[in-house]
Design a protein around this ligand. Structure first.
Ligand SMILES: NC(=O)NCCC[C@H](N)C(=O)O
Length: 423
């Protein structure tokens, strides 16, 4: 069998992708917890599911094999022993320690379910009203009497880009920044360890979830088999990037990381909310991250001759991309056409967050019509998907997809391989 993980570019023809169809976790949102849950509004589940099914079908219609995280996880948890260990860990990470009697009650509650039901339940969260015969703790009585959950919902799981990322033939299993999302990366860890299609494949884990330093997949872009772009962002720290450089250099095909420093705020939480690669020489970029003269802080990490990581500061995005991708021209396509209103509006609704499914071919949200028209003018083939409800979670098509296998691309060598689609 060929490796189940093979991602050496952002744009190679997408073969296999992992999604999560949003479920009851979106209905377990209430205004009081929205902010902490990193969501800006409550999506209407029925429509969000329809939109997500449309997204999956758009990919399938292009011959892409769609896997669902929830199915892979359930298939990894067939053995009772594995299921018990998984639930134990999840409860611990949800703050319900083993010595707490509630731990045993919840364990029994979840173990009584079929694996696929159990997986959906842990993502949806567990309400206090679902569990009978609980002796209230001091916290239940004195502090959290009105708090409705024992296990918080995980409304961000449908952003499967972030919990993990495929780089080459390996993965990073991410230590995520905020508590609201930290448990999510336990899912892929469990899949890699237990799923029959993954467990004996010697898949390198470049960085695991229990190490120091925060990183999320929205910041991890594989530009080609040598070069990564990684955001230094609200969600990814310089420590994690340095650590990843040490793990990759000399142990993989990758020898260059372009660490790009972006503003640290919710609208631009990851690099892929402001910058994505869509062709050999074409990129979307939110114009507001660049200074008037097109500058942004970039730190180029490469191995030196002593096996250490050397850092070269730069600040011209176009020049850096030309130099490290060996291209003579770069086409940066501004979100919202760089209009002072349309650009921030469409960036907020993930107009920069394109999912490339082949060189020069992308999936985008339909609501970002200014950006989409501009992409077409630049010769990009655009597949639009519906976005009224999904966009309320503050992520777009790239955020909602975790590529596992892409076809390799030809390497550019000072010439442009660009294929332009006529409108
Ligand atoms: N790659 C991405 O930009 N993912 C979007 C994540 C949105 C989610 N509400 C979050 O704040 O983590």
């Amino acid at each position: 069998m060929t490796s189940p993980i093979h991602v050496y570019s952002e744009i190679g023809k997408l073969k296999t992708v992992m999604l999560h169809r949003p479920g009851k976790e979106l209905e377990n949102l209430s205004p009081e917890i929205l902010n902490r849950m990193l969501i800006d509004d409550i999506p209407y589940l029925k429509i969000a599911q329809e939109e997500h099914d449309y997204f999956a079908k758009t990919l399938q219609d292009q011959g892409i094999h769609v896997l669902y995280l929830e199915d892979l996880l359930a298939e990894s948890l067939v053995a009772v022993k594995t299921r018990t260990a998984f639930i134990d860990r999840l409860l611990e990470e949800s703050g319900i320690k083993k010595k707490d009697p509630l731990h045993q009650l919840l364990l029994e509650y979840l173990l009584a379910m079929k694996p696929e039901t159990m997986v959906k339940q842990v993502i949806a969260g567990i309400k206090k009203s679902e569990i009978k015969n609980v002796e209230p703790s001091l916290a239940d009585l004195a502090e959290d009497a009105d708090y409705p959950f024992y296990l918080d919902p995980m409304p961000n799981v449908y952003f499967t880009r972030d919990q993990q990322a495929a780089i080459g033939n390996g993965m990073t299993i991410n230590r995520m920044t905020f508590r609201a999302r930290r448990r999510e990366s336990l899912f892929m860890k469990t899949i890699l360890q237990n799923h029959p299609n993954f467990k004996d494949q010697d898949i390198p884990i470049w960085r695991d979830r229990n190490v120091h330093g925060r990183i999320e997949g929205g910041d991890e872009l594989v530009l080609n088999k040598h070069v990564l772009a990684i955001g230094i962002s609200q969600r990814t720290s310089a420590v994690a990037i340095t650590d990843l450089a040490h793990a990759l250099f000399g142990h993989s095909t990758f020898d260059t990381i372009l660490a790009i420093k972006i503003p640290h705020n919710h609208a631009m939480m990851h690099l892929d909310t402001v910058f994505t690669m869509i062709n050999y020489d074409q990129f979307t970029v939110h114009p507001f991250i660049l200074s008037k003269s097109g500058k942004i802080d970039i730190y180029v990490l490469q191995p030196d001759k002593d096996g250490e990581v050397k850092i070269t500061p730069k600040n011209d995005l176009v020049e850096v991309l030309k130099e490290y991708l060996h291209l003579s021209e770069i086409d940066l396509i501004p979100t919202g056409g760089a209009d002072p209103i349309a650009a921030p509006r469409e960036q907020w609704n993930d107009g920069s967050n394109t999912l490339a499914i082949a060189p020069g071919e992308v999936v985008t949200y339909d609501r970002n019509y200014v950006s989409n028209d501009l992409l077409r003018k630049h010769g990009i083939l655009v597949h639009e998907v519906r976005s009224s409800e999904l966009s309320r979670g503050r992520g777009g098509p790239r955020c909602m997809s975790c590529p596992l296998v892409r076809e390799d691309i030809e390497e550019a060598k000072n010439e442009i391989f660009t294929k332009r689609f006529s409108r």
